[in-house]
Design a binder for this molecule. Structure first.
Ligand code: BEZ
Length: 211
């Protein structure tokens, strides 16, 4: 059965470049990003892993643990890591799961048989501290993902988990947000004492809450 937003992210054990991992213990109250790679020693994946390694401080700042996954053997990950460092100028600084028997890829529906029966698609799962799936993105193997977008979405997920707001189209951290329609004006006056701009009764815009 497909994993849907709001479901508990399935637990698993697997080998990784940073040792054996039991997923739920590893994420232990943090946010997490689990993303799949179709195959080792492939060009697009190499660029994605290098870029994500460069973004690691941004993930750390947000309290997010990042894990990659590829359906290759652990010993192949070591050689590929060297290539990533050489060509991308960044050393792998987060666990890359080895999933040669496709156990995790199958559990997370990362293999789409009508696309390929032995490669994963490019899946991204963002998981909250409650271990529930907050976001799912799927790209085909031929299209590299935008990891700046993954960070942008995490900013929205973390903000909207804390405050009764939603983020509008193309929102970036620091920009105005929208008061949730379920919040009455009376309740909004308490939460947003400096007021808001009402474009429609259902479209009330406020500066991004801090903290
Ligand atoms: C790549 O990472 O470059 C790639 C992997 C599988 C199919 C196509 C491209």
């Amino acid at each position: 059965m497909a994993i849907l937003i709001g479901d508990i992210a399935p637990d698993f054990t697997a080998d990784s470049t940073e040792g054996p991992i039991r997923f739920h213990d590893y994420i232990d109250g943090s946010w997490a990003v689990l993303f799949s790679h179709p195959k080792n020693f492939t060009p697009v994946c190499t660029t994605e892993l290098g870029y994500t390694a460069k973004l690691k401080p941004e993930f750390d700042k947000r309290g997010v643990k990042v894990l990659g996954l590829s359906v290759d053997k652990l010993e192949d990950h070591a050689g590929w890591s060297a290539d990533i460092a050489e060509t991308q100028g960044a050393t792998l600084n987060f666990p890359l799961i080895a999933d040669p028997d496709k156990k995790v890829a199958t559990l997370y529906d990362m293999i789409h048989p009508n696309a390929s029966d032995n490669l994963t698609v490019r899946s991204v799962f963002v998981i909250g501290p409650d271990k529930k799936v907050k976001l799912k993105i799927e790209y085909p193997a031929s299209t590299g993902r935008n990891f700046d977008e993954v960070l942008r979405v995490i900013d929205s997920l973390q903000l909207t988990a804390k405050h009764q707001v939603a983020t509008p189209v193309n929102w970036k951290s620091g920009e105005d947000v929208i008061i949730l329609p379920a919040v009455t004006n009376e309740a909004a006056r308490e939460k947003f004492p400096d007021g808001w701009k009402e474009l429609k009764p259902y479209l009330r815009v406020v500066p991004q809450p801090q903290g």
